[in-house]
Design a protein around this ligand. Structure first.
Ligand SMILES: C[S@@+](CC[C@H](N)C(=O)[O-])C[C@H]1O[C@@H](n2cnc3c(N)ncnc32)[C@H](O)[C@@H]1O
Length: 249
C-alpha cells in the first residue's frame, strides 16, 4: 500500500468501490484491538471486570467483518450523486472510519460521535500524516447512545439532514434502538443507515420503523426508506391485524 490513497471515481462500479473501501480503511490504520476503555456511559450495563477485559476493536468493518460489498452497494448512489453528503458515525474510536468517509465524500460534512473522544484526538496527527482531513479537522461531539440525544443533534446539525448514518458504537440492542430514535428525526428523505455487529436487532428496527426497509446482511443491518406503496401496505396490514385481533379476542 502506498502512502497516498487515490480518490474514488464517482463512476466506479460497486466492486471497485468495495475494493477502494478495503484499501482505504487499511491505509488509515486498518484493524486494531485492545484499546482500553477509559470513559463509558453511566448507563453502561457491563461490570467493572467486563469493562477491563479485552479492550476495544476498530478499523475492522470493511475487511475483517467483510461489510465492504454492502457498504459499496448502498453508498454508490451517494458517491455518484456528487451532492454534499452529511454523514454521522456513532462510535468512532481512533477515527479510522471518519478518515475513510472524509475521503469518500470530499466537501461533505462528516460528524463523529462517541462517549470518549480521547482516542480519536490522540490519533488525529497520525491520520493527518497519512493524508486525512485535508480540509480541516473532523467534527467531533461527545454523545451517549444510551440516552436521548435529540436536542444535542438538533443543535449540532443546525438544519442539515443526515444522508448516511453509521452505528458502530456499543452494539447492544438498547444502545442501537436509543441511538436510532435520537437520529431518526434528522434523517434525509433519501438516506441509508448501517448498524454494525448485531445480528438480532434488525426485526426490532423493522417493527418500530415501518417507513424503512430493513435488510439483513449477517451482523450488518442496512435501513433504506421504503417506497410509498410498501409503507401503505404495512400500515393497512397493521390496522387489519389490530381490528381482526380485537374481533377474535
Ligand atoms: C467498535 S469501536 C468503534 C470503531 C470505529 N467505528 C472504527 O471504525 O474504527 C466502539 C466505539 O463505541 C464507543 N462507545 C461505547 N459506548 C458508547 C456509548 N454509550 N455511546 C457512544 N459511544 C460509545 C466506544 O468509546 C468506541 O469508541
Amino acid at each position: 500500500m502506498s502512502d497516498d490513497t487515490t480518490s474514488v471515481e464517482p463512476a466506479a462500479s460497486c466492486r471497485e468501490l468495495g475494493e477502494w473501501l478495503v484499501r482505504t480503511e487499511d491505509h488509515y490504520g486498518g484493524f486494531h484491538k485492545g484499546i482500553p476503555r477509559k470513559t463509558v456511559s453511566p448507563l453502561d450495563p457491563r461490570s467493572p471486570e467486563e469493562l477491563e477485559r479485552g479492550g476495544m476493536i476498530g478499523g475492522d468493518r470493511m475487511s475483517v467483518h467483510g461489510y465492504a460489498p454492502s457498504y459499496a452497494e448502498h453508498l454508490a448512489p451517494f458517491v455518484r450523486s456528487g451532492r454534499r453528503i452529511v454523514l454521522v458515525e456513532a462510535g468512532i474510536l481512533r477515527g479510522t472510519g471518519l478518515a475513510l468517509w472524509s475521503e469518500l465524500f470530499p466537501g461533505g460534512r462528516v460528524i463523529g460521535l462517541d462517549i470518549d473522544l480521547s482516542h480519536v484526538r490522540e490519533n488525529l496527527p497520525a491520520l493527518k500524516a497519512r493524508g486525512a482531513f485535508p480540509g480541516g479537522d473532523p467534527e467531533l461531539h461527545e454523545y451517549d447512545q444510551l440516552i436521548d440525544e435529540t436536542e444535542k443533534l438538533r443543535r449540532l446539525l443546525g438544519g442539515d439532514r443526515i444522508d448516511v448514518y453509521v452505528d458502530d458504537g456499543l452494539h447492544s440492542e438498547a444502545s442501537i434502538l436509543r441511538s436510532f430514535a435520537s437520529i431518526q428525526p434528522f434523517l434525509a428523505k433519501r438516506c441509508v443507515c448501517f448498524v454494525e455487529d448485531n445480528a438480532q436487532v434488525w426485526w426490532l428496527l423493522q417493527e418500530r420503523y415501518p417507513q424503512y426497509t430493513v435488510l439483513r446482511r449477517g451482523e450488518l443491518t442496512v435501513l433504506v426508506p421504503s417506497p410509498w406503496w410498501l409503507r401503505w401496505k404495512r400500515r393497512v396490514g397493521k390496522i387489519l391485524r389490530r381490528t381482526l385481533g380485537r374481533s377474535f379476542a
